[in-house]
Ligand binder design. Structure first.
Ligand SMILES: NS(O)(O)c1ccc(OCc2cn(-c3ccccc3)nn2)cc1
Ligand SMILES: [Zn+2]
Length: 258
């Protein structure tokens, strides 16, 4: 008889191994714009990504991740709701199997085709990412929605490299500046939340940009040809729908900038 090696654990049962899945500050959430509190004290988010710190692109079995050298403060996010600079560690994507489902956060109940997460950690207060990942102010994740339309001229650098990481492998990426993946407006919503995948630590200050970036269906399609499984496994399970649905707000306030 056949035992499937790669068993996809669905979000609805994560709480069995990670009870925090039913905690009070879980992510993602549905953002309702007219219920967000406009906070004039919220300054602009500032991204200093101009140095070459990208290292590799990896299929880690549940997403595709571009990792950065976070040994110093060359690439940081600061301002907005943040009390100090947070170091860029990696960015990754969440997507669906078709059309307009695939983002993790939703806006007034509407989801986007995909969502990009730029993950940063508070290296002022904590010594390592792992330590920051368990602290309430340890991480800052910048969320950017992807909507289908024309080709995104810079996303090609990533999507053209995806065939090299079809299985769970890694390949180098040099000097990729994620600033080229930002929309024109940095208007954002911010709230206190969590990692959206296990271990689901409630350690994330979320900064979600209102304006999506536009990518083509063809570029998105290249994410969908990635596999959850490794080359040696005989099951070919396509990597798609790697998004967690919105979680209860539990009384949290979402603030908006501008
Ligand atoms: N989707 S999301 O942006 O919310 C998001 C962002 C980052 C995530 O990291 C997983 C992770 C790694 N570690 C770790 C712990 C100790 C040492 C090293 C790494 N802990 N959690 C997961 C989800
Ligand atoms: Zn993510």
């Amino acid at each position: 008889h056949f035992i499937p090696f790669c068993i996809i654990i669905s979000p609805s049962v994560w709480h069995k191994n990670y009870p925090v899945a039913q905690g009070n500050r879980q992510s993602p959430i549905d953002i309702v714009p007219h219920q967000a509190l406009h906070d004039p004290s919220l300054g602009p988010v500032v991204l200093n990504y101009d140095q070459c710190t990208s290292m590799n692109i990896t299929n880690n079995g549940h997403s595709v991740v571009v990792q950065f050298d976070d040994s110093d403060d060359r690439s940081v996010i600061q301002g907005g709701p943040l009390d100090n600079p947070y170091r860029l560690k990696q960015f990754h994507f969440h997507w669906g199997e078709k059309g307009c489902h695939g983002s993790e956060h939703t806006v007034a109940g509407n989801s986007y085709a995909s969502e990009l997460h730029l993950v940063h950690w508070n290296a002022v207060k904590y010594k390592t990412f792992g330590e920051a990942a368990t602290a309430p102010d340890g991480l800052a994740v910048l969320g950017i929605f992807l909507e289908t339309g024309d080709d995104h001229r810079w996303l090609h650098v990533i999507t053209d490299a995806l065939y090299m990481v079809k299985f769970k492998v890694s390949t180098t990426v040099n000097c990729f500046n994620p600033k080229c993946l930002l929309p024109s407006s940095l208007h954002y919503w911010t709230y206190l939340g969590s990692l959206t995948t296990p271990p689901l630590h409630e350690s994330v200050i979320w900064i979600v940009l209102r304006e999506p970036i536009i990518v083509s269906e063809k570029q998105l399609g290249k994410f969908r040809m990635l596999l959850f499984t490794g080359e040696e496994e005989d099951q070919r399970i396509r990597m798609e729908n790697n998004f967690r649905p919105p979680q209860p707000l539990k009384g949290r306030k979402v603030r908006s900038s501008i």
